[in-house]
Each structure stands twice: as C-alpha cells, then as structure tokens.
Write a protein of this length. Structure first.
Length: 347
C-alpha cells in the first residue's frame, strides 16, 4: 500500500495554509514514520521538538521557558481515514483556544505506509511517540474514532505513557457489526472479487465508493459533506487499491480479537456510543463500558460512525469539557510524565 503524496511544506515551519487558517500543517517523524500533523491552539515560543537537544533541560523543556500546563488533545482517526476527518472539530477547538493535534496514522493520508507484518504494534509505537512529544507541552488526552479509539485504549493500557484520559468513539473489537464479521470471515464474494482475472474499471470502483461511503460513515447520508466523501473515495482509485484495503481490513479484524487488556486502563475513560453506527454496533460500546467499571458512557442515537463529521460542534464541546476534567494534575500522572520526559531526553 502506498500513501498519497502531497506537496512538501513551503516554509521551514511546515505551514501550508493561509495566515487566516487556524490549522497549522507540518510534517514530522514518529517512530521512524514520516507523517502529516494538523495542529491548533497557542503555539509555544519554541516547540521542544524543534529545539536542539543541548537546549533542553532535565525534564525535556527548553531552558528558560515555562512548561505549558493546558491540556492537549491528540486526535486519532479510523481505518481508511486521515487527520482531515478532524478538521471541522479542530477549527472549533482553535476558536476556543484549546490546543490539539491530529495526525495521519501510518498507511493513511500522507503518512508513510505500514510495513509488512502485524499492524497494531506498528500503530502502538507511532501513537506512543506522538503522546511523548505532546506530553512535553502539557497533559495529554487521547480521543480516537474507530481504529483511533482502539489505539487510544491501547495507549492507556501502557502505564509508561503520560495519558491523562481517553475518549473512545466507536472502537471496534467488542460486539462487532455484521459488516465487520463479514470482512473477518472473508466470504466467497470477497474472494471472487479479489481474484477477478479482469480488474473492474477504476471509474466504476469510484462510483460505487461514492454511494457506499456516505451510508457507512454518516448518520444521514443525505447530509454528507461532498468534500469529505471525495477524500474517502480517493482511497479507492482503482481495483488494485480496493483489494489491498480489503485484505488489510481482514488482517486488522483478526488482530482486534486480542487487541485489549482493559484491566490495565486506569485513567478516566469516556465511551461514546453512536446509535446510527453501521460499522460498530452500539452493543460494542456498552460492552466496553461494562469491561471498564470506572468508565463513563455517552449514548447518542442520532450519530453515525464518524460523529466528528455528523456533529463537530457537539464533539468539540465534549472533548473540551472532558479534557479539562481528565487532565487535572495528579501525583501519579506527574511522576509518569517526568519519567517519560527523562527517557525521551536520554534517548
């Protein structure tokens, strides 16, 4: 699988947007993977990731500067998606002055492709690197949709990471929908599609995707944003790319069978259940809530699989409220953050 390519940033700061756009765009490396980062909120005078290592103090902050204390949201997207799914939310967070970043996960958007082999460990290493970078600037709250919800939960299971809270939106792997179960079984129709001697024309693949995508991702397909739909359908430009994505989806569903150690999740957790989700059933979110006794459950019957597209206003307010509460400093969180900062500087 190859990630789509976009022009390199025009200036050293990585900004590719206009001065009036509140979203800053840059390209960075996490765990050896080059990816695109969308960022909003107050910008530090000198970001620690850009400061020379000799200028960093013992805790990883630039000498002579005060470490910011505002909670920072790290937003993770789902399978076959990209950081752009969070753009409407990021714009609202920017207006509210809430620091947040959204990244293209490896294999999607403008990130470099995944390597052969298990997918989740690669995504774990990438997510951990993002969390460590952001933790130098403030307390970190993870919010993930679908596969991003899975990665957020797995990061919370790692007590070495300074995660202060998690919002899991439609994370799969608990009580899956018929569609996910179908992909896992890789039934005869999918095998026949992948084995067709004559590839289906690209224009036909895209036409089908344009009809299917809004129905899968939105609560109301008629309200789907045309630009967002085009972004999703660009992932399926031809027959070959479609078969590759299907095979990856099947592998991912297999890995999800043993993806969680929820007894290790000790940070505040908000489980968001979407009543009109056609990919991850509402029962899945309720099961996650039951398996993590201290978690809170939010059910919205009018949301689809990607509520950040259905209702960015409500999602931005939800994330702002949750992060403000979850990121209140604690002695345990401060100790873990200090250990991680020291490890990062030493490495």
């Amino acid at each position: 699988m190859t990630a789509s390519q976009r022009p390199e940033p025009a200036d050293p700061g990585g900004r590719t947007t206009t001065d009036t756009d509140p979203i800053r765009v840059s390209f960075r490396r996490y765990a050896g993977v080059r990816t695109r980062v969308l960022e909003v909120g107050p910008q530090p005078v000198e970001s620690p990731d850009r400061a020379p290592r000799r200028m960093l103090g013992k805790r990883g902050t630039a000498r002579g500067q005060v470490k910011p204390t505002a909670p920072r949201l790290v937003l993770l997207h789902g399978y076959c998606d990209s950081a752009d799914t969070w753009r409407p939310v990021l714009e609202l967070l920017a207006a509210a002055g809430v620091p947040a970043v959204a990244v293209d996960l490896p294999g999607f958007g403008d990130a470099q492709p995944l390597r052969p082999g298990p997918m989740l460990p690669q995504l774990d290493a990438f997510t951990a690197a993002v969390v460590k970078e952001q933790a130098v600037l403030g307390t970190v709250v993870l919010a993930g949709n679908s596969l991003g919800g899975t990665m957020s939960l797995r990061a919370a299971e790692n007590h070495r990471l300074p995660v202060s809270g998690v919002v899991s939106i439609a994370a799969p792997g608990f009580v899956d929908s018929w569609l996910i179960r179908t992909v896992a079984r890789y039934p005869l129709p999918l095998r026949m599609y992948s084995a067709l001697p004559l590839p289906i024309p690209g224009f036909l693949v895209r036409a089908v995707a344009e009809q299917v995508v809004p129905r899968l991702l939105y609560a109301d397909s008629a309200a789907a944003d045309a630009a967002q739909v085009r972004r999703f359908t660009s992932l399926f430009p031809d027959y070959r790319s479609t078969t590759t994505r299907l095979e990856q989806a099947r592998q991912l569903v297999e890995e999800l069978a043993n993806a969680y150690r929820l007894e290790e999740v000790r940070v505040p957790l908000l489980v968001v259940v979407c009543g009109k989700d056609k990919l991850v059933s509402a029962a899945s979110g309720r099961q996650l809530h039951a398996l993590v006794p201290h978690s809170r459950l939010m059910v919205r019957e009018d949301w689809g699989h990607c509520p950040q597209l259905d209702d960015p206003v409500e999602i931005s307010e939800l994330l702002t409220y949750f992060s403000a509460g979850a990121s209140r400093p604690s002695k345990i969180a401060a100790r873990v953050a200090a250990e991680v900062s020291e490890d990062t500087v030493a490495g």
